[in-house]
Design a protein around this ligand. Structure first.
Ligand code: KG4
Ligand code: ZN
Length: 343
């Protein structure tokens, strides 16, 4: 935690509802008091998030989730000094539920509303642990919707150095998991299986479109082609005997391009502090390889605890806290911005 904000008295209620997680958290003086997440189970049978169902679930859950975050924190409603909320990017109907609730809550208490970009929330999630990176730091954002290398100087104006040309890393995990009938979201299932697999079993292509950009749609197609070269019977046998090996090989292809881009960005910018954030940063191979690279280059690496990698409101509350201390607040006319960008 930077010295200038340590010890500042504030109680921030954070709210997140951009996709299929309804979440609330309370942060007092930069310290996390409570974090409550309800991951909507209703989407599982559809193999992906159904927007209309998501917003209805948010409406059902937002009040009980905020109440339990306040209860767990021991903070009284009237002690909240600011309300931080995700206003984009995300699903319009989902964002609107959290944003409308946050506006009403802030207005009712007469405290500032602080709009937070969901990606900014991921970027500041390493500050939820002890310490956090020093500014400036390089951040690899890897989630279900985004894959970006970002230069973060602490001034809330971020420089996106590169991003994916097509699928996000998490999306690639989810699509391959669907192909392998492993359920949704697929990242955790592939990660679990890959731990017992041989990453050298099959050499899937590593696409490097130049600069710090990424492309994962070719990898997805190559897994499909790889599986389709077998007859139904052969494929069943392959997946029976080598599912873990296929998962490990596919996962390593993703991890290699992510860590390679991160390494090049570290060398080129000379930045000494690095963070990896977003749902895919929970991946054990990515954590292992990013650590090995950071150690080799002598830079400090910050990856949130797995519970803070996935969508949560603690990251929105901590970003709100940083903004609050910097005097950044939002008008009550703030609108949901489904396509909000970082730069
Ligand atoms: O950050 P996040 O919770 O939501 C977005 O902002 O998109 O990221 C969700 C993504 C999903 O695609 C999920 O499959 C992936 O993160 N994910 C993982 C792991 N845990 C979650 N991918 C690989 N390995 C994991 N352990
Ligand atoms: Zn996210």
């Amino acid at each position: 935690m930077p010295a200038e904000i340590a010890g500042d008295a504030s109680v921030v209620l954070g709210i997140e509802s951009s996709c299929d997680d309804t979440a609330a958290a309370v942060i007092r003086d930069g310290k996390l008091l409570s974090t409550v997440i309800s991951s909507q189970g209703v989407h599982g049978e559809f193999g992906g998030v159904v927007p209309e169902l998501a917003s209805r679930e948010h409406q059902r859950l937002i009040v009980p989730i905020v109440n339990s975050a306040l209860e767990e924190s021991g903070v009284r409603r009237q002690d909240v000094t600011a309300v931080a909320v995700t206003y984009g990017p995300g699903l319009a109907g989902s964002l609107l539920v959290g944003l409308s609730f946050a506006k009403a809550f802030a207005f009712g208490l007469g405290v500032p509303l602080i709009g937070v970009n969901h990606l900014e929330g991921h970027i500041y999630s390493p500050f939820l642990g002890d310490g956090g990176p020093q500014f400036p730091f390089l951040c690899l954002v890897v989630s279900g919707g985004h894959t970006q290398v970002v230069y973060v100087d602490g001034g809330f104006e971020h420089r996106v150095m590169g991003s994916t040309r097509d699928d996000a890393a998490g999306e690639a995990f989810d699509k391959i998991a669907k192909l392998l009938e492993l359920g949704y979201p697929g990242g955790p299932a592939i990660d679990r299986l890959a731990r017992h697999g041989d990453a050298l079993f099959h050499d899937f292509p590593r696409s490097r479109p130049g600069g710090y950009h990424f492309s994962f749609s070719g990898l997805k197609t190559s897994v499909l082609y790889y599986l389709n070269q077998f007859s139904d019977e052969e494929r069943s046998r392959l997946l029976e005997d080598h599912l873990a090996d296929v998962c490990a090989s596919f996962q390593q292809a993703i991890v290699d391009v992510l860590v390679d881009a991160l390494e090049r960005a570290i060398v080129e910018t000379g930045v000494r502090h690095v963070a990896v954030v977003g749902g895919v940063s929970a991946n054990s191979a990515l954590r292992r390889d990013a650590k090995a690279t950071a150690d080799r280059l002598g830079v400090s690496l910050h990856i949130p605890e797995p519970i803070h990698c996935m969508d949560n409101a603690a990251m929105i509350a901590i970003t709100g806290y940083f903004k609050h201390v910097a005097g950044i607040v939002s008008p009550l006319t703030l609108t949901a911005q489904p396509n909000l960008r970082l730069d």
